[in-house]
Design a protein around this ligand. Structure first.
Ligand SMILES: [Zn+2]
Length: 57
């Protein structure tokens, strides 16, 4: 199981919350560069779906 640990930019606390810090509400970010980004994976899927839709019509 992959756990994405985030770090709050305001108070510096580590959290599993992906949106904002649970203690101060600050913006959280991944403290280390990720080799694999789930966002990129979904972007690729969206691109493929778009191409397929163009070929159909
Ligand atoms: Zn915080």
């Amino acid at each position: 199981m992959m756990v994405w640990l985030r770090k709050c930019g305001d108070c510096g606390k580590y959290t599993l919350n992906r949106d904002k810090c649970p203690s101060c509400g600050g913006v959280v970010h991944v403290p280390h560069p990720a080799k694999f980004s789930p966002d990129d994976k979904y972007a690729k899927y969206r691109r493929v779906l778009k191409e397929e839709r163009c070929n159909v019509s």
